[in-house]
Ligand binder design. Sequence first.
Ligand code: ZN
Length: 160
Amino acid sequence: MKISDKKVVGIHYILKDDNGEIIDSSEGQSPLVYIQGSGNVISGLEQALINKEAGDKLHVVINPEDAYGLRDENLVQSVPLSNFQNQNDVKEGIQYRVETSDGMRVATVTKIENETVTIDMNHPLADEVLHFDVEITEIREATEEELSHGHVHGAGDHDH
Ligand code: ZN
C-alpha cells in the first residue's frame, strides 16, 4: 500500500533545525500517526510522503513556506501589563493561547518593561528550515469515523 489521501500513516521521525540541533523526535515513543491529506502534519511533510511505502526511510528538507511559515513582525505586539489577569505570573518565555482573527495562536511573552508586555504570536518554528529523518511504520485505510473526525483513533479512545 502506498501513501495517498485518506490513508492513516505511522512514522518515526527525528526533526532537526538548520544547525543540526534536534528539535523533536518520536524516539522512545509510539510512532506519530496522522491522516494523509487532512492537515494533521505540515504540508511539506505530507508532500514528501506521497506514494511512499511502509519501511521506507527518507530525509526531507522543508522550507518555512511549507512548514510553520515566515516570521511576521505584525504578530509582535505590545500589551499593557494591566490587561493580564494574573500579573505576577507574567514572565519572559511564558506562553498563552490567544484567539485571533486567524484562529487560535500561541503567544510567547518576549519582554516585560515599564508595565508593558511584548508578546510574539509567531510560531516558535517560523522561519525555520526543517530537516526530517522519517521511517514509515504503517499505512492503512482510515475508518469512516476517523475521516469524519479528521484525526486518527487509537485503541479504545473513541470518546472525542
Ligand atoms: Zn475522534
